[in-house]
Write a protein that binds this ligand. Structure first.
Ligand code: DGY
Length: 323
C-alpha cells in the first residue's frame, strides 16, 4: 500500500523530518519561506495531510480548495487560531495540535519576560552593549522586586498553571487568576491560588498580569484601553499567548504615559511585523515568539504531530484532536 502523501509547511528539527520521511511520502519546505494562501490552498488538493504551524493562515479561502484530497491538518503548535476551525470541520477535516510538550518552556519564557522587564534586563544589556555603562552606583537602573508580589493570570490552562508553579514555588508569589470555567481544585491548591470572579478584579489587584488565554475571536483586544486603565500604575503586562489578545496601540499609549510600568511580550498583532511604537519603548521587553523555542520542545512537538497523524492513518482517533 502506498504511503500517505504529507506536506510539512516549515522546516522542523532534522531528526523529526527524518522520522516523517521514513514513515510517509513527505514533502518538506526546503526554503522555509511561508506558503501563500494560494500555495496552501493547492496543497489541500495534493496531499493527504498538511502539517501547518502558526505562520500559515488556513482560512476559509484555503479551506475552499477543491477537489479536496487532504483529510488531516496536523498542526505543529498548541494554538490554532490561524486555522478556521468551523470551515475545517465543514470540509470534514480532522485538526490536531500539540499540547503538553511545550507547557514548561512557554511558562519559562513568561517568567523570563516577567523577570527581565521587572529588573530592567533588556535596558541594562542595551546600555552595556552601547558602551554607555559608567559603572555600579546605588541608583543605577533600579527595577521592581519580584519575590512576594502578586501574579494575576488571565486563563488558567496548562501554561498558566506551570507559570504559577514557578512563580509560587520559585519566587514566593501570590497567585490570583480569572478563568471562564472552574479549574480542578487540586490545580488551584497546588499553587495556593485564588480564583477571581472577573477579569477586572485580576487587573486591579495584580502586580504582574500574565495572559494565557487563546487567541480566539472572542478574545480579540480583550486587553484594551479601558482594561489597561484598571491595572496598577506600577504593574506589568506579560503576553506569551497571542498578539491579538492585546490592543497594541492602547498598550503603547499606556506604556508611553506610564499608566502601567512595563510589558514583556513574545507575541504581536500581525507578527512578524509589529507596531513600530513598541521599538521606541525602554519599558518593553520584546522577544520574537520564542515560547516553545527549545530544541527539546520543538523535537517533542514534531513527534507529537507524528503520533497524531500515525493514529489518524491507522484509523484511530488522534490523541490531540481539536475537531
Ligand atoms: C504554539 O504552540 O501555539 C506556539 O505559539 C507556536 O505556534
Amino acid at each position: 500500500m502506498s504511503k500517505p502523501k504529507i506536506l510539512v509547511t516549515r522546516r522542523w528539527p532534522e531528526e523529526v523530518e527524518a522520522e516523517l520521511a521514513q514513515r510517509y511520502d513527505a514533502t518538506f519546505n526546503e526554503s522555509d519561506i511561508p506558503l501563500s494562501v494560494a500555495q496552501l490552498k493547492e496543497a489541500l488538493t495534493h496531499y493527504d495531510a498538511v502539517l501547518p504551524t502558526v505562520t500559515d493562515s488556513i482560512n476559509a479561502e484555503v479551506l475552499s480548495a477543491a477537489p479536496l484530497r487532504c483529510r488531516i491538518l496536523g498542526n505543529f503548535g498548541v494554538g490554532y487560531n490561524h486555522i478556521d476551525i468551523p470551515a475545517a470541520k465543514a470540509r470534514g477535516l480532522t485538526v490536531t495540535n500539540t499540547p503538553d510538550v511545550l507547557t514548561d518552556c512557554t511558562a519559562d519564557i513568561a517568567m523570563l519576560l516577567l523577570l527581565s522587564v521587572a529588573r530592567r534586563g533588556g535596558e541594562g544589556e542595551r546600555q552595556l552593549r552601547a558602551g554607555a555603562w559608567s559603572g555600579w552606583r546605588p541608583t543605577h537602573l533600579l527595577g521592581t522586586k519580584v519575590t512576594g508580589k502578586t501574579l494575576g493570570l488571565i486563563g488558567f490552562g496548562r501554561i498558566a498553571q506551570a507559570m504559577a508553579h514557578k512563580a509560587r514555588h520559585g519566587f514566593d508569589m501570590d497567585i490570583i487568576f480569572y478563568n471562564r470555567s472552574q479549574p480542578p481544585r487540586d490545580k488551584i491548591d497546588a499553587v495556593q491560588a485564588r480564583q477571581c470572579a472577573s477579569l477586572e478584579e485580576v487587573l486591579q489587584q495584580a502586580d504582574f498580569v500574565a495572559l494565557h488565554c487563546p487567541g480566539s475571536p472572542e478574545n480579540h483586544h480583550l486587553i484594551n484601553a479601558e482594561r489597561l486603565a484598571l491595572m496598577k500604575p506600577g504593574a506589568y503586562l506579560i503576553n506569551t499567548a497571542r498578539g491579538n489578545v492585546v490592543d497594541s496601540a492602547a498598550l503603547i499609549a499606556a506604556l508611553q504615559q506610564g499608566a502601567i510600568k512595563g510589558a514583556g511580550l513574545d507575541v504581536y498583532e500581525g507578527e512578524p511585523d509589529l507596531h513600530p511604537g513598541f521599538l521606541e519603548l525602554e519599558n518593553a521587553v520584546l522577544l520574537p515568539h520564542l515560547g516553545s523555542a527549545s530544541r527539546e520542545t520543538r523535537i517533542a512537538m514534531g513527534r507529537r504531530v507524528l503520533t497524531n497523524i500515525d493514529a489518524f492513518f491507522a484509523g484511530q482517533t488522534p490523541g490531540d484532536k481539536v475537531c
